[in-house]
Write a protein that binds this ligand. Structure first.
Ligand SMILES: Cc1ncc(COP(=O)(O)O)c(C=O)c1O
Length: 478
């Protein structure tokens, strides 16, 4: 049983007033309810009755309680709102700020996966546990002591990782660079965030692919950017559309995901890459090349990066560890002119003092280890296997009801549904049947498209997942 502390600097009556106020605010004594008599409280707290009278007087002066002769002391109803202590209006804060909430379908998918982890997941854009190099990374972590110094790291990124990336970019992406032109980020997502927040201003016009991963990121709208569409066909965007948008809207930057694009899987053709680079260098327009998927090309020959073909320094290159190794390490990188790297590293310093040293050490060691090459080989084979399982299941279950272009790399499969079903209804029905996928409108397309990510589900789940989806779809058509 609580009693006031006789050694406290606070007087006994103040302690009692605080204690009673707290119990009232926790709802133990709701507005209008009767408090125990002064005498009883004095006994309970082991104090004189006059001390309780003083505590009541204090609460009365704050409008928290009211006393009437003959009817005891009650928690105030009329003056309850006048109490000087209030809980902040958190819901108003939660709706405030300039950063927009995530898209409703994405929130719904996250919520469904949290509540039911047994859902077959064709929505999360990442590798399944068996595709990730978990054992190799565990061996490296066992061999290397991560204890050198656990202080703040250079916000541009740890030097050994940037050095490892210089070799990686040269060997795998044909990009010649130096560690001073590399910024390490918390996934490529943070590169996009830094670009939209620090290099562009509210009101600026930018061009993004349609459909595009960028539409799934309200961060573009949060930065106040005006978005203009570059339609994507199976060979990527049409370079001439960039010139048209530039003339019409003075676009300031172009965002492209040219290799096995999210969500369509499209690969920008080599001929279009050349024309695109000619056009942007003629206009002096920067291009962001978001390139997380190139090393998943199933034939083992990654497409040329725009950055490696860029002779005018117009390309900001973004890479990531997420789709080739481990999304949870949160390792991404940007290759950019030094002035840009310095500006963004300075922003990192203000935001979070840079990325944790441990994942940077792990990623650097993995990239330089003998494990990396064989891991990529295995990953490509297994991804292609999963893609084929998906196609086989779709053909078996939904032949004639879907259209698609077979991707030659990446982890996503874009499907047009021939029957027209509203996105939200299809998602809810799919969840009921036990699967999640992403409705196409999340990526800016019209209703009637679906993105299936085939890397996240286990191989043995794919056929079952598609049969559940087919059941959901057929149920809605009939
Ligand atoms: C095209 C593209 N860019 C960037 C990202 C962000 O990935 P991360 O931040 O894990 O590197 C994704 C993730 O799905 C993506 O598909």
């Amino acid at each position: 049983m609580w009693k006031p502390d006789r050694n406290s600097k606070k007087t006994l009556y103040e302690q009692i007033a605080d204690y009673l106020e707290q119990r009232i605010s926790y709802g133990e004594f709701p507005p209008g309810s009767l408090l125990p008599p002064e005498r009883k409280l004095a006994e309970q707290f082991d104090v004189n009755r006059s001390t309780v009278i003083s505590a009541f007087a204090e609460l009365r002066s704050m409008g928290i309680i009211e006393s009437r002769i003959g009817s005891g002391t009650r928690v105030s109803t009329s003056k309850w709102g006048a109490t000087p202590k209030h809980t902040p209006n958190w819901s108003r804060f939660a709706e405030g700020g300039s950063f927009l909430p995530n898209l409703p379908f994405l929130r719904r998918i996250r919520e469904a996966l949290t509540h039911n982890p047994t859902l077959i997941d064709f929505a999360s854009g990442e590798l399944s546990a068996d595709l990730a190099p978990t054992n190799e990374i565990a061996v490296l972590m066992g061999k290397n002591a991560y204890t050198s110094y656990l202080g703040y790291v250079n916000p541009q990124g740890a030097t050994p990782l940037r050095e490892a990336l210089v070799d990686y970019l040269n060997n795998y992406r044909g990009i010649r660079t130096t560690e001073s032109s590399i910024l390490i980020t918390s996934g490529s997502q943070q590169s996009l965030f830094l670009i939209t927040q620090c290099l562009l201003s509210p009101g600026d016009a930018v061009a993004i692919e349609d459909p595009s991963y960028c539409y799934s990121l309200p961060m573009f709208q949060s930065a106040g950017l005006r978005l203009f569409r570059l339609p994507v066909d199976k060979h990527g965007v049409q370079p001439e559309d960039i010139r048209t948008l530039y003339k019409k809207h003075r676009i300031k930057m172009v965002f492209l995901n040219p290799n096995y694009q999210n969500p369509t899987g499209a690969l920008l053709s080599e001929e279009r890459r050349k024309r695109l680079l000619d056009i942007i260098s003629e206009l002096g327009l920067p291009v962001v090349e978001d390139d997380p998927y190139s090393l998943t090309s199933y034939d083992g020959i990654p497409p040329l990066s725009l950055k490696s073909m860029d002779t005018t320094g117009s390309v900001l290159y973004i890479g990531s560890f997420s789709k080739i190794a481990a999304s949870g390490l949160r390792i991404g990188w940007m290759v950019a002119p030094r002035s840009i790297v310095e500006r963004l590293a300075d922003a990192r310093q203000q935001m979070d003092f840079g990325l944790s040293i441990i994942p940077q050490q792990v990623a650097g060691q993995f990239l330089q280890s003998d494990y990396f090459g064989p891991h990529l080989e295995r990953l490509r084979i297994q991804l292609q296997f999963k893609r084929d399982l998906l196609i086989e299941s779709l053909e078996k279950e939904l032949s004639g009801l879907i259209e698609y272009v077979v991707p030659a790399g990446g982890i996503h499969f874009w499907c047009k549904l021939i029957p027209s079903i509203p996105d939200g209804i299809l998602l809810e029905e799919s969840i009921k049947k036990g699967i999640v996928m992403v409705p196409g409108s999340v990526y800016g397309s019209d209703s009637g498209y679906v993105r299936f990510t085939f890397a996240r589900a286990k191989s043995e789940e794919i056929a079952l997942g598609i049969s559940r989806f087919a059941e959901a779809l057929r149920g809605l058509i009939e």
